[in-house]
Write a protein that binds this ligand. Structure first.
Ligand code: FAD
Ligand code: NAP
Length: 308
């Protein structure tokens, strides 16, 4: 347990957090990053990143984030493995406390807490998380070698997960609630060319079906939203890829949010209504791309430097 005093506290270690740290350190600002439970952020779940500028060949999200951490450390940023559990933005310096029992007093704050997995919310889904229900093909795909699985969703994540899984599995049922995807053209093209993937359009999951001893998934019951017909697919794994929700609960009493829980910012895209508190990345912007999160992190740091 320790009390840290700093000029700038950055909450979160995704592209927004590390980039903010790099800019602050280069301006000679004493700054700390609290990494949170997912060190490196969401991108660490990505098998291949192909659209982050500067890398000719694809690299894994884990590698990209490891590079960002190394770059920030090289500039002198201190990264602490802990999670902020409480904030007090009414006093100045601002005070944050952590799961590890530490307290942080800081003159400025950058919130870069990003977003977390959204689940379908079915009791049967919750029951089998970790026993056949997953949100990460990169982490769990290998366990389904030569099996059949389902992926739920119709955005970039779902298409990437489905394509990645074809490296291991015999068949992927991609279950999507509409009849078109909202994913990049290049991913849609690859998907349609891949014979291991069968798209089940206009359909939602009614129930995850499984066994008790041992607890494991054996299938999925799916309802067509147009015809109301029910179909059953024998699958051993279900990968939920229906998006994310912003990690903003901690700030509810202090900062304005939109109806989906994203932090509201001023025209500059990063200042909040509390002077000295900034937001950056997926926590406050709808683009949800690593390069944009990194750019927002840089901008928030420049604003914080001005304030300090
Ligand atoms: P995040 O990456 O979400 O990081 C948030 C950080 O905050 C984490 O380190 C977390 O531990 C920390 N945190 C949360 N709560 C607390 C707390 N209470 N205390 C301390 N720390 C906390 N984008 C692309 O541009 N290209 C891609 O190819 C791509 N692929 C993707 C693949 C997948 C599977 C997913 C899920 C996303 C992908 N994205 C991709 C989107 C990209 O990952 C995000 O836009 C980006 O990571 C957002 O960065 P961020 O820094 O805002 O937040
Ligand atoms: P997303 O773009 O929000 O897509 C979520 C998908 O899940 C949509 O198809 C949505 O259906 C569906 N969905 C939402 N709630 C559902 C529910 N309750 N039941 C069934 N289906 C549901 O989320 P994402 O794909 O995770 O992407 C998040 C962000 O990360 C995006 O900005 C994306 O561009 C980015 N990302 C980028 C890359 C890349 O650049 N290669 C890769 C991955 C992610 P509807 O279409 O009907 O709304």
């Amino acid at each position: 347990m320790a009390e840290y005093k700093t000029d700038l506290l950055i909450i979160g270690s995704g592209p927004a957090g590390y980039t903010a740290g790099i800019y602050a350190a280069r301006a000679g600002i004493n700054s700390l990053i609290v990494a949170g439970a997912q060190k490196g952020g969401q991108l660490t779940l990505s098998h291949e990143v192909e659209n982050y500028p500067g890398f000719v060949e694809p690299l894994s999200g884990y590698d990209l984030m490891d590079r960002m951490q190394q770059q920030s450390s090289r500039q002198g940023v201190k990264v602490i493995d802990d999670e902020i559990t409480e904030v007090d933005f009414f006093d100045h310096p601002f005070v944050c406390s952590s799961a590890g029992g530490n307290s942080f007093l800081s003159r400025a704050i950058i919130i870069a807490t990003g977003a977390s997995v959204r689940w379908l919310g079915l009791p049967s889904e919750q029951k089998y998380i970790g026993h056949g229900v997953s949100s990460c093909a990169t982490c769990d795909g290998f366990f389904y070698k030569n099996k059949e699985v389902a992926v739920i969703g119709g955005g970039n994540s779902a298409l990437e997960e489905a394509l990645y899984l074809t490296n291991f599995v015999d068949k992927v049922y991609l279950i999507h609630r509409r009849h078109s995807f909202n994913a990049e053209h290049v991913l849609q093209k690859r998907l349609h060319e891949n014979r291991k993937i069968i798209v089940i359009w206009n359909s939602v999951v009614d129930e995850v079906v499984g066994k008790e001893h041992p607890l494991e998934v054996t299938g999925v019951r799916v309802r067509n939203v147009k015809t109301d017909t029910i179909r059953h697919f024998d699958v051993s794994g279900i990968f939920v890829a229906i998006g994310h929700h912003p990690n903003t609960e901690l700030f509810r009493h202090y900062l304005k949010m939109d109806s989906s829980g994203y932090l509201a910012t001023k025209e500059d895209g990063c200042s909040t209504e509390i002077e000295g508190v900034y937001a950056a990345g997926d926590v406050c912007n709808p683009y949800r791309q690593a390069i944009i999160a990194a750019g927002c992190g840089a901008k928030a740091a420049l604003e914080a430097i001005k304030f300090l």
